[in-house]
Design a binder for this molecule. Structure first.
Ligand SMILES: Cc1cc2nc3c(=O)[nH]c(=O)nc-3n(C[C@H](O)[C@H](O)[C@H](O)COP(=O)(O)OP(=O)(O)OC[C@H]3O[C@@H](n4cnc5c(N)ncnc54)[C@H](O)[C@@H]3O)c2cc1C
Length: 372
């Protein structure tokens, strides 16, 4: 049986960031991923936005790790030639209610120590984004976009250089613990079954983080660890509008999402999304029937948009701890020692801003690891 110091489950951007960070320690690390390569779920199916951190409640993990992750990500990107761009972002308002909402986000952003935030009026909005309709906006200069594929490739390469044993097509199907450590059983693509033993087990399984927790006997409902899948679809905006918008433009958020916003690509093309629909299966098809909803929501602040400009793009599924009609929930990142599972570092409910936060999450996990 193969023995490791650390086993990480899940090669999304979070599992990869943690693996890369811990690999510098020289410990024997195995990274297990059920797909045949990294980042096939949420990590490549998102807006690729480096968020500022203004939405999240005071002192929450989301607020702290997003603000810190934002700073760290730009640094990682610039040091390693990973494409990124500080586009800046506008959260816009057109009604009195939306203005009130934007002011609250501004205050929350100040409390969260998000740098550079300021309110701008219609005249200034027109000067920097002449093609949108907005009376009022919160401007965040530190928000931007990055190439997640390049980021994950960097984490994977750096981990391999530090001798991490990266195993794709390895799906964790069973877990057990005794005095020798954690026993991790996987099913491989060819139908084989293999078991590894490890001192430390890290759960970065995204949409399946609750199932992994349950394999070690954790009461999912009692601990509020149940993961709800919330699908977000995107629609492309015709290339003829490329370059018409240069900042990320967001409406005010809903209780489950940041709203259907303009997603920017490096070549100037754009899409609208993501929507937010609770689902119970993994199906990444984009339903063309939603085009009307996207058109109506987009048209509110993009006067140039025509119905025929929209066509289905990608979709992703968020791994949320928030049930339908419930308040937003924070990340869980902890050593489960108090549940009789010392050395089981559990990450549950890593929805947005998980991409932005990933290097700060990795730092937090490294701290937990140091203090085991
Ligand atoms: C539509 C959408 C838009 C978003 N936009 C943004 C954004 O703009 N900015 C931002 O900061 N965040 C954004 N997010 C959130 C961000 O994408 C996620 O927080 C982040 O990708 C989570 O990474 P992860 O590694 O935890 O999860 P994942 O990328 O889902 O990785 C988990 C991995 O675990 C593997 N796995 C699961 N079970 C097993 C098992 N039993 N055995 C082996 N492997 C297993 C999976 O195959 C998967 O590869 C968005 C998310 C969505 C869905």
């Amino acid at each position: 049986m193969k023995k490791a110091d650390i086993v990480v489950i899940g090669a999304g951007v979070v599992g990869l960031a943690i693996t890369q960070r811990l690999s510098a320690s020289g410990k024997k690390i195995i990274l297990l991923e059920r797909h045949n390569t990294f980042g096939q779920d949420a990590s490549t199916r998102n807006s690729e936005v480096i968020h500022g951190g203004m939405y999240y409640p005071t002192a929450s993990l989301k607020a702290c790790l997003c603000v810190e992750g934002n700073r760290m990500l730009y640094e990682i990107c610039s040091r390693n030639d990973i494409a990124c761009k500080k586009t800046g972002k506008l959260i816009i308002a057109n009604t009195d209610n939306e203005i009130k909402n934007v002011e609250e986000i501004y205050q929350q952003g100040l409390t969260n120590h998000v740098p550079g935030l300021r309110i701008i009026d219609e005249r200034e909005i027109k000067a920097i984004e002449p093609n949108i309709r907005a009376r009022y906006a919160l401007y965040s200069p530190e928000t931007g976009i990055l190439d997640v594929q390049e980021l994950m490739q960097y984490f994977e390469t750096a981990s391999l250089e530090n001798s991490v044993d990266v195993r794709y097509d390895h799906e964790v199907i069973d877990l057990a613990k005794n005095s020798d450590g954690y026993f991790v059983t996987v099913k491989t693509a060819d139908g084989g079954v293999e078991t590894f033993v490890t001192d430390v087990l890290i759960n970065a399984a995204g949409m399946f983080a609750d199932k992994i927790s349950a394999l070690l006997g954790i009461d999912i409902d009692g601990n509020h660890y149940k993961i709800y899948w919330v699908k977000g679809e995107y629609f492309n905006i015709s290339k003829r509008h490329a370059g018409k918008i240069t900042h990320l433009v967001y409406p005010t958020p809903t209780t489950v999402s940041l709203g259907i916003h303009v997603r920017l690509r490096f070549d100037g093309t754009m899409s609208l999304g993501p929507s937010a629909i609770y689902v119970d299966e993994i199906n990444y098809d984009v339903d063309p029937a939603y085009v009307k909803q996207f058109y109506e929501e987009g048209k509110e602040y993009l006067p140039f948009l025509e119905y025929a400009d929209l066509s289905p793009d990608i979709s992703g599924i968020r791994a949320k701890r928030q049930a339908q009609n419930e308040d937003a929930q924070d990340f869980i990142i902890r050593n489960e020692e108090d549940k009789g599972l010392p050395g089981f570092i559990n990450l549950v409910g890593i929805d947005s801003p998980g991409l932005t936060a990933c290097p700060a999450i990795a730092e937090m996990v490294a701290d937990i690891y140091r203090n085991l």
